[in-house]
Design a protein around this ligand. Structure first.
Ligand SMILES: [Zn+2]
Length: 196
């Protein structure tokens, strides 16, 4: 039996909480208890529920009634478990599409497209000082993606702020400060994976 992997990207705090929640529920703990203990967000909880349903579906495909089926029956009742019976298999998806779809199902936040071949490398300068009176116009998801971006305005100009949480301490860097139209174009390229 193939065990479905979680729809969240590993290595973030949210991923840690969600994986731990799934582990505890499969051990027999109630989701309500686990929600409180791990301070799960609404998005976390939906992700955990979706993943439990997928695990239960995989167990059923494998002809088993394992811990996931028991957890789903306990948490959602038999009615939901029926819905966990999988539809016929679909043709395989390219990994990039699968990743984007999984992230979209799990989170309604904005996720930039992975960087595309030939993307433009932007000049990021590490930001150390205090940033005064910055308005955030748009932002990408900071929950399930370790590097997030904010479209900011300050002093009549705009810039993009980047926060990298892959290191021990989050590292904030900023793009050039430019007139709005240029930064909006840059933001669009960033979301499309054509700039990083
Ligand atoms: Zn997200």
């Amino acid at each position: 039996m193939t065990v479905p992997s979680p729809p969240w990207r590993a290595g973030t705090k949210a991923a840690g909480r969600r994986s731990e929640a799934v582990r505890l529920v499969l051990e027999g703990r109630s989701l309500a208890e686990v929600r409180k203990e791990l301070a799960l967000t609404v998005v976390d909880e939906r992700c955990v529920e979706d993943h439990l349903l997928e695990l239960a579906a995989a167990e059923r495909r494998g002809g088993q009634q394992g811990p996931a089926v028991r957890a789903v029956q306990r948490e959602f009742g038999a009615e939901h478990d029926e819905q966990a019976v999988p539809p016929p298999p679909e043709p395989p998806m390219p990994p990039q599409v699968a990743e984007a779809l999984a992230a979209f199902r799990a989170c309604l936040g904005m996720h930039p497209t992975p960087e595309q071949p030939g993307h433009r490398q932007l000049a990021w300068s590490v930001h150390t000082g205090r940033m005064a009176r910055v308005g955030v116009v748009a932002y990408t998801c900071a929950e399930c993606v370790p590097i997030s971006y904010e479209l900011c305005t300050a002093g009549g100009l705009m810039f993009v702020r980047r926060t990298d949480r892959t290191k021990t301490r989050p590292e904030v860097s900023v793009s050039e400060y430019l007139p709005g139209a240029r930064v909006r174009a840059l933001w669009a390229r960033l979301l499309a994976g054509q700039a990083r």
